[in-house]
Design a protein around this ligand. Structure first.
Ligand SMILES: *[C@@H]1O[C@H](CO)[C@@H](O)[C@H](O)[C@H]1NC(C)=O
Ligand SMILES: *[C@@H]1O[C@H](CO)[C@@H](O)[C@H](O)[C@H]1NC(C)=O
Length: 351
């Protein structure tokens, strides 16, 4: 009998230990590590879509890794310094859910004073070239749609319109306008772009607000204009170079969706309708999370191809994607260097 109780207790103990490793609520060893880490904060959080884009940072001479790595809820947090500034690196994985989850975990667990997101992107802006690194002032999630029934048009209200819900103010895509035989009608009719429902940390919970264009932090954005002078890598090796030397450029808008965009007609629509340059799958998740948590953020996205094809070089994304990822890291590291000078200036100003 008592032996059974002992056995049961051991089972319970093992179960508790396994529970801890399964990372539900934060406790035990992980909580201790997080508390320790926060003593060395506040940090800059770097959110990176995948290893392809993280590796060039891990091998960058200005990245100084510490021994600390914390794994929690399927996410790895790597600690280090860049130009003496404490940083946490997180690989989010692809798509809006992953990027939002990674951002929220980062902000909930750690003392974070700003978030930098970087990576490669498709390009919708015909005036830019492969390899250019874009810094967009606004980001949106462009796959929150109200899909209008066939037969209705721009003059017809949408279902649930005007009750704080759906709107015709942002704009719509008319499938009929893109038929290859010139027929202006299409059973797919129109999709209307919709704002996200947001719940900012400084507002009343459960009271819905709407947001479509999310601005990056205005101080980060002004500071980042100095990066336009930065010289980027141009060549993969001695013989293979980009035909136009790449540049860093601020642009008005970028957009994200859980859509890998490789379609020239839609790319053209996004550029003409919304003046969008980088198109990708994560920034809006980071933007919407930071916006709600009132944490400054900025995104650096290097253009790896003209989404949907175009000139000869634009189809050479495979050849240049390594170079492009490297350049997004170069810009990120340089920005953190600038941020050091900026913080010092702010300090002097306050004194
Ligand atoms: C990118 O950077 C890594 C080092 O971080 C280097 O080994 C690699 O050759 C670079 N790739 C290109 C295409 O420049
Ligand atoms: C340079 O890179 C290109 C594209 O990856 C490759 O085809 C070529 O063989 C390389 N040249 C040298 C000299 O390594």
């Amino acid at each position: 009998m008592s032996r059974n109780i002992l056995a049961t207790s051991i089972y319970i103990l093992i179960f508790v230990i396994l529970q801890e490793q399964a990372n539900g609520a934060l406790h035990g060893t992980t909580k201790k590590l997080v508390d320790e880490a926060n003593k060395n904060g506040p940090y800059l959080g770097l959110i990176i879509p995948n290893m392809f884009e993280m590796n060039p940072l891990l091998s960058n001479p200005h990245y100084n890794p510490s021994k600390l790595v914390i794994d929690y809820a399927g996410t790895r947090f790597r600690f280090g310094k860049i130009y003496k500034k404490p940083v946490i690196l997180v690989m989010s994985g692809m798509g809006m859910v992953n990027s939002a989850v990674a951002t929220q975990l980062l902000l909930s667990l750690f003392e974070i004073k700003g978030v930098i997101h970087y990576g490669i992107a498709g390009n919708a802006n015909p005036n830019l070239n492969i390899g250019d690194v874009t810094i967009a002032q606004y980001w949106s999630h462009s796959a929150m749609w109200n899909w209008q029934r066939h037969g209705n048009g721009p003059e017809d209200p949408l279902p649930f319109e005007g009750e704080g819900g759906f709107t015709r103010e942002i704009g719509y895509l008319k499938f009929g306008a893109y038929s290859s035989n010139g027929d202006n009608d299409n059973l797919l009719n129109n999709v209307w772009y919709q704002a996200e429902e947001v719940y900012p940390v400084d507002s009343t919970p459960e009271q819905t607000q709407l947001a479509f264009w999310i601005p990056v932090d205005s101080n980060y954005f002004s500071l980042s204009k100095a990066l336009e002078k930065l010289k980027l890598e141009n060549c993969v090796n001695a013989t293979t170079c980009l035909s136009t030397p790449p540049k860093v450029t601020t642009v008005q808008r970028g957009t994200s969706a859980n859509i890998y965009l490789d379609n020239a007609a839609y790319r053209g629509f996004l550029y003409n309708k919304f003046n969008i340059s980088p198109v990708e799958m994560e920034s809006a998740g980071v933007a919407l999370t930071c916006y709600q948590q009132k944490v400054p953020f900025i995104t650096f996205r290097a253009l790896s191809d003209l989404a949907g094809g175009g000139s000869a070089t634009s189809n050479e994304a495979d050849t240049f994607s390594g170079l492009t990822a490297n350049n997004s890291v170069l810009v990120t590291v340089e920005f953190i260097k600038l941020l050091g000078g900026y913080d010092r200036k702010m300090l002097n100003y306050v004194r």
